[in-house]
Design a protein around this ligand. Sequence first.
Ligand code: NZQ
Ligand code: ZN
Length: 394
Amino acid sequence: MENFTYFTPTKVVFGKGTESEIGRLVKEQGCRKVLVHYGGGSAERSGLLGRIYRSLKEEGIDFISLGGVVPNPRLSLVYQGISLCRREGVDFILAVGGGSVIDSAKAIGYGIVNKGDVWDFYARKRKAEGCLPIGAVLTISAAGSEMSDSSVITNEEGWLKRGYSSDFSRPRFAVMDPELTMTLPAYQTASGCVDIMMHTMERYFNQSGSMELTDGISEHLIRTVMRNAKILMEEPENYDARAEVMWAGSLSHNGLTGCGTDGGDWACHQLEHELGGMFDVAHGAGLAAVWGSWARYVMDARPDRFAQFAVQVMGEEPGKDDRETAMKGITAMEAFYRAVGMPASIKELGVDLTDGQARELAEKCSFSGTRTIGCVKKLGQEEMYQIYRMAGGL
Ligand code: NZQ
Ligand code: ZN
């Protein structure tokens, strides 16, 4: 087992009606003025935003709001948020939504506390020295940003989607009412479930030795999400299934399933971020579209691990050797994606990839050939190109 630091400072307030506690939770933060940050309208339509405003007013909290965050959140709105918050003296950001809204809030938070261009952090030019405190009211189980240290932003100049991670941005609290996720379209629910599974799978596929407890937690988490994702495709208002998925979403990306590992692979996330930046696809769906091709490409570097995954997660019978067992697991996972309406290739994602686009994606993902991704098998620009081609059916 590798050494690790497990840091999860987020206070989780979970369950039915918990959004009524928001005013009190914000007040506990001792802030002067709050920015309520939200997305394209779902929080308004459901009446959630109105309930939050009431709760803030009841506690006498001064606030302003900024909506309009889109999936694959944009840098231009982050800049707008930074100027607005500076002008208004905002010292706390309440993000109401999913990963996109929370990530946009984190980026605004970095921009206010640090001098210079906030994109520098995402472009890996320098490190942030702090972030404004953030609180989250989660409306979609997926990205895990409500407890994670990451934020992913898309720069419209060049359509580059880049992530930045630091403990400064971990939310102070996360209000999680599974009922709020019942209005999600089936596609978003399924895409969210894939993302949750992938946050654990990225950590599970690694080059580390024995991690019995972490493996057990991970395998159970993935199975739980798969089982409940299927229930939600039939019964979108099943509270218990919504609750299982929501809690799994936070635990899958708060570091728990990486404890004792070398950090994990993360190549699929890097490959997907370029797809998201270029084609504006839902993040979880993009992950499902590349996973099978990635798995087949790297499997021979750790057939034992893929075989364990096949048996312990996918419930497959062992084949004649690890390689055969591993293949069964990969095929079974692709069948699961399709069963919940997710793509198992870039074509199924709705993108007719050209060879030139596969090259461009690999060029961007490798930062023009200056970095490799993944740890199960290190992937350079040429390998990335091959995986994009496989996933694109070329
Ligand atoms: O904008 P609104 O109208 O709210 O609509 C959203 C959006 O269209 C909708 N939605 C959210 N809650 C809803 C709802 N619709 C009906 N009822 C509700 N209760 O769902 C759509 C997707 O929202 P979004 O926030 O984009 O989803 P998600 O949570 O999947 O976030 C995706 C973003 O997070 C990044 C992804 O790359 C992507 O940009 N990630 C962030 C991570 C992190 N910060 O730790 C890690 C992840 O790996 C991921 O990269
Ligand atoms: Zn993700």
